[in-house]
Design a protein around this ligand. Structure first.
Ligand SMILES: NC(=O)c1ccc[n+]([C@@H]2O[C@H](COP(=O)([O-])OP(=O)(O)OC[C@H]3O[C@@H](n4cnc5c(N)ncnc54)[C@H](OP(=O)(O)O)[C@@H]3O)[C@@H](O)[C@H]2O)c1
Length: 351
């Protein structure tokens, strides 16, 4: 029996990725598309300003877009809603009994909401029964995925944290334009330019990895004791966020061991063979000039994080580059993998 899914914010940059990635998914069938009043009551193919290189999937073209209100005919909802409106809409769906698998920032740091990367902290879903009971959600609940830059950073930190321990991280990002949604940054602000400010981004990068790498005892989260300093920039690239990372480790090691630790990292999604799990969560490039967004963002169908230029850091211990596809592993693909993990763990099924 396929699980019926709805997409909230289906017309946006992340929503379009959901529509594209869920086409032909082995477990999930899209049965509802929803967006704002501006788009509602029209066929999706007529109202969406489609910005992906593949055509609008046939299944979605004639589906009539609905308002983002509970009552959608589906077993769970993915949310790619604008964060200005996501908070109360997602709560209303959870209250009405829908599992809500969200991309938006609104509930990420809530004390009873898992911030989830299946390769990093699959055990944090253990807080769901507590969330349901505390909020009176019945069968509904909210699970979030991190900010796009935090996903890339945290997937690279996880294998190092497990093997060597991490005390300090300094990271500088070069973030793609699609991360700002559509139409996003004005062309006259970004052509021939680097934009050195992305609202609230540095705060998210300094906070979210600590929750992800921390512990969950079923009723509360304890953040990892790591100091992170982030600087975030918007650059003239369509997709793919590049991050320059330096780390201080608790244990002494060498570059070869760091590279090997990335290369051999696998986790629960790979063991469970979840449909969206990449065979290699962290791909290591040995060339001196990789990863690059244009060549490497689609590694593992956009679900792998690509690491390169691993070398000693004269200030901290090691430095390297990390690349993450911001709308796939950093957004819609991350949420689909979260839903697959939740199904494998028994938290979602038919309503
Ligand atoms: N872009 C990325 O790489 C990325 C990565 C990670 C996380 N995120 C997060 O994902 C979310 C979506 O980002 P995006 O880039 O896809 O934004 P976007 O392109 O601006 O799309 C926003 C979506 O929200 C809908 N919406 C706006 N106001 C609404 C309302 N009052 N009621 C119902 N629906 C409403 C829009 O519908 P209409 O088209 O009808 O206006 C549209 O479908 C944000 O919270 C963002 O922070 C984005």
């Amino acid at each position: 029996m396929p699980i019926r899914v709805g997409i909230l914010g289906a017309t946006g940059a992340v929503g379009q990725r959901f529509v594209q990635l869920l086409d032909g998914h082995p477990w999930f069938t899209v049965t509802a598309l929803a967006a704002s009043e501006r788009s509602a009551d029209k066929p999706y193919g007529e109202t969406v300003n489609w910005r992906l290189e593949t055509d609008i999937p046939a299944y979605a073209r004639s589906m009539v877009v609905q308002p983002c209100e509970p009552g959608l005919a589906c077993d769970l909802v993915f949310s790619g809603l604008d964060s200005k409106v996501a908070g109360p809409i997602e709560e209303a769906f959870a209250q009405a009994g829908y599992p809500v698998i969200s991309n938006s920032k609104n509930h990420r740091m809530d004390e009873d909401v898992p911030l989830l990367i299946p390769e990093v902290n699959p055990d944090h879903t253990a807080i769901i029964p507590h969330q349901r009971q505390r909020r009176g959600y019945g069968r509904g609940f909210i699970v979030t995925n991190p900010n796009c830059t935090s996903v890339g950073l945290t997937m690279a930190l996880k294998p190092l944290a497990d093997r060597f321990g991490i005390t300090t991280v300094a990271v500088t990002t070069m973030q793609a334009l699609s991360g700002a949604g559509y139409p996003g940054v004005a062309s006259l602000d970004i052509l021939d330019n680097v934009f050195p400010y992305i609202g609230d981004e540095e705060e998210k990068m300094e906070r979210e990895p600590l929750k992800l790498l921390g512990r969950c005892d079923g009723t509360e989260f304890t953040p990892a004791p790591i100091a992170i300093s982030a600087q975030c920039n918007r650059v003239h690239v369509k997709d793919g966020h590049l991050e320059c990372v330096s780390v201080a480790l608790s244990d002494r090691t060498d570059e070869a061991a760091v590279a090997e630790t990335f290369r051999w990292f696998t986790a629960l999604p790979q063991e469970l063979r979840l449909p969206f799990a990449p065979a290699q969560p962290v791909v290591v490039r040995d060339e001196k000039d990789r990863p690059q967004p244009r060549y490497d963002r689609d590694a593992g169908n956009g679900m792998s994080v690509v690491v390169g230029r691993i070398r000693r850091c004269p200030v901290l211990d090691f430095k390297f580059l990390v690349l993450v596809h911001n709308t796939i592993r950093g957004a819609a693909g991350a949420a689909v993998l979260n839903a697959e993990l939740l199904k494998a763990q028994g938290y979602i099924g038919g309503r």
